[in-house]
Design a protein around this ligand. Structure first.
Ligand code: RB5
Length: 148
């Protein structure tokens, strides 16, 4: 990480490869974000828990400050990622949910479904998600309750 840049750890299974490639183009244009691409980059079938693990470990070790996971529906990746204490993975299908996942839930991983969310909608979700700050206050207390 250089300066105030955030590192975003990204991984996907074969159901998310196309959408990830689209979103990487968008992220490469952002000077404030550094990309840690943890695979996969082709259409060969792989198991999503392994890729969720890679992103979660990058966050929990401090190597990355936020994460993006993509599988076909987003369901498997969100289930797998939320097994890791300290990970708050939010499966988002719209900008409103993405905004609230940051404001209220301090989501540190955005999950998308490569087979259910179009690339333009996904790009808008990602922009909102990266921009929105955590609101803190009563939401901080609730997050602490989840971790207790
Ligand atoms: C892979 O076929 C598919 O099951 C996976 O991408 C994901 O949608 C699982 O939740």
């Amino acid at each position: 990480m250089s300066g105030n840049n955030r590192v975003i750890a990204i991984a996907n299974d074969h159901g998310g490869t196309l959408l990830k490639q689209h979103l990487l183009e968008q992220l490469h244009d952002r000077p404030d974000v550094e990309i840690l691409d943890l695979g996969v980059n082709d259409a060969e079938s792989v198991d999503y828990p392994e890729y969720a693990k890679r992103v979660c470990r990058a966050l929990l070790s401090g190597e990355a400050q936020c994460g993006l996971l993509i599988c076909g529906t987003g369901l498997g990746m969100s289930m797998a990622a939320n097994r890791y204490p300290g990970i708050r993975a939010a499966l988002c299908h719209d900008e409103y949910t993405a905004r609230l996942s940051r404001q209220h839930n301090d989501a540190n991983v955005l999950v998308l479904g490569g087979r259910v969310t179009g690339s333009a909608v996904a790009a808008a979700i990602l922009d909102v998600w990266l921009a929105e700050p955590f609101a803190g206050g009563r939401h901080q207390r609730r997050i602490e309750q989840m971790d207790a």
